[in-house]
Design a binder for this molecule. Structure first.
Ligand code: ADP
Ligand code: MG
Length: 472
């Protein structure tokens, strides 16, 4: 059988770090990049006699996320202990939600396809083992940081769908602000469960779980490799064994970390140091009311209310920071001019320089000011592009550049008339030719006006005066 005869089945367990200044059960800071072991309280270090205190901000973020994914909020959830030993887990157990997660039955659409989210639960992250030469060090800064574990049903069928799913999820998390989605910082990572089955079959095959993938590129590579590996095993008459795998990014291969035979028994039981989490309808309603407009709604609004075309609406809403920028522009300007100057002019320059919109040297307010000058005819669109170049390079404002370089457009009719009068006098021969029917010469006169004014004559005014004078 060839590859086309198999179908992949994939389900994801995504870990999204909650954007909270403090940890799930302690007031230690969660700031990224601090010195080792400087953000560790007695609770995080599991000193005997200390007790966890639930950070309700994290509960709210999980609810926000659940609502944004059209999920059910569990009004009676609680925490459980998952017992295991690991050097970077000082408690000897992880506090998680096993029996009653805080969120159930959500969904994400990739195109028209619905991917079900079975559950989202809250749990604490472990510390980190830092290996250096022959030594291993433990860093507990991450110990106790709040994670949302977002578990999809096995509805995904290819690495491409998984990539789309991850991007969509990241987009939504960033919109609601519950997780920054920065995969390179480890704020968003996933375990991918992969199995294959003969096409047309309705049963699932045996799956393997690839742990801790932290970039979309690696997720795609790991899944593609794993699908191929399983197909080869099955085609040669073998059986897939249910293993936990790691992806070796250098070799671009998955390798076995542990087998199902040594699967741990975690002895889950309800966490006795914490009360159950009760959430009222009022609380859910107030969080619902505080949710921002989500990407899909925003896109529809741009299309329907602002007549933005579908493609541009998709581009602008793809990232919250782009949408925020656009919103700032349309506070003062028409959608049409805002779309062009954002997606063509600014993006063109950002892409060329390899800069992300969040690091744009030109802020929305500054671009908005340049648009003011275009709209009120202070500068032509052509000149505005040069000004934008200078703004990009120097960080100066549009008004500063216009002032310094004397770029103000000439809109005064009297002043333009004088210039045109002179041109007509020096080119009497051309005027005669024009009047006797050689109307193509019109362009010559326009060219002269622009030459004399260094391109600063307002084209509308210049045209008006020119046609008046030439028809005298
Ligand atoms: P467990 O509790 O053993 O980890 P779950 O039922 O919670 O199992 O599933 C974990 C993840 O594995 C989910 O994302 C689910 O969609 C996925 N999954 C389950 N069965 C399969 C399968 N046969 N092939 C691929 N993914 C699967
Ligand atoms: Mg699992």
């Amino acid at each position: 059988m060839a590859k086309e005869n198999w179908e992949a089945v994939i389900g994801l367990e995504v870990h999204a770090q909650v954007s909270s200044e403090t940890k799930l059960f302690s007031s230690s800071s969660t700031e990224f990049g601090a010195e080792h072991n400087t953000q560790v309280s007695l609770v995080d270090g599991a000193m005997p006699g200390t007790l966890p205190i639930l950070n309700y901000y994290c509960i709210e973020q999980a609810i926000r996320t659940g609502l944004a994914l059209s999920a059910e909020i569990n009004k009676n959830s609680y925490f459980d202990r998952k017992n295991y030993f690991y050097p970077d887990l000082p408690q000897g157990y992880q506090i998680t939600q096993f029996f009653e997660p805080i969120v159930k039955n959500g969904k994400i659409f990739i195109g028209d396809k619905e991917i079900r989210i079975g559950r989202i639960h809250l749990e604490q992250d472990a510390g980190k083992s830092v290996h250096e030469e022959s030594k291993t060090y433990i860093d507990l800064n991450r110990a106790g940081v709040a994670l949302m574990e977002i578990v999809s049903e096995p509805d995904l069928r290819s690495s491409a769908e998984v990539a789309e799913f991850m991007k969509k999820l990241r987009q939504i998390l960033r919109y609601v602000g519950s997780c920054d989605g920065d995969m390179e910082k480890g704020s968003l990572r996933c375990d991918a469960n992969v199995s294959v089955r003969p096409k047309g079959s309705s049963e699932f095959g045996t799956r393997c779980e690839i742990k801790n993938l932290n970039s979309i590129r690696y997720i795609v590579q790991a899944i593609d490799y794993e699908i191929q590996r399983q197909i080869e095993i099955l085609e040669s008459g073998g059986e897939v064994s249910q293993d936990t795998l790691l992806f070796d990014v250098a070799l671009e291969k998955t390798k076995v970390m542990r087998n199902k035979e040594d699967a741990s028994d975690y002895r889950y039981f309800p966490e006795p140091d914490l009360l159950p989490v009760e959430i009222s309808d009022e609380k859910i309603d107030s969080i619902k009311a505080s949710l921002p407009e989500l990407p899909e709604q925003k896109k529809q609004r741009y299309i329907e209310k602002l007549s933005v075309n579908e493609y541009d609406a998709e581009v602008i809403t793809s990232d919250k920071s782009i949408a925020d920028y656009f919103e700032e522009l349309i506070k003062r300007h028409e959608a049409k001019i805002s779309v062009t100057w954002l997606t063509v002019e600014l993006f063109g320059r950002l892409n060329k320089a390899g800069i992300n919109i969040t690091d744009s040297p030109i802020e929305a307010g500054e671009l908005s000011e340049l648009l003011d000058f275009i709209v009120d005819n202070t500068v032509s669109a052509k000149l505005a592009k040069q000004i934008l170049d200078s703004m990009f390079e120097t960080g100066k404002s549009a008004s500063q550049i216009i002032e310094e370089q004397g770029l103000k457009q000439i809109t005064d009719k009297g002043q333009i008339s004088e210039i045109i009068q002179e041109i007509i006098e020096t080119h009497q021969d051309k005027v005669q030719e024009y009047k006797s029917g050689k109307t193509k010469l019109y362009g010559f006169f326009v060219g002269e006006v622009m030459k004399q004014t260094k391109g600063k004559a307002n084209p509308d005014v210049a045209n008006l005066v020119l046609s008046e004078k030439l028809s005298d």
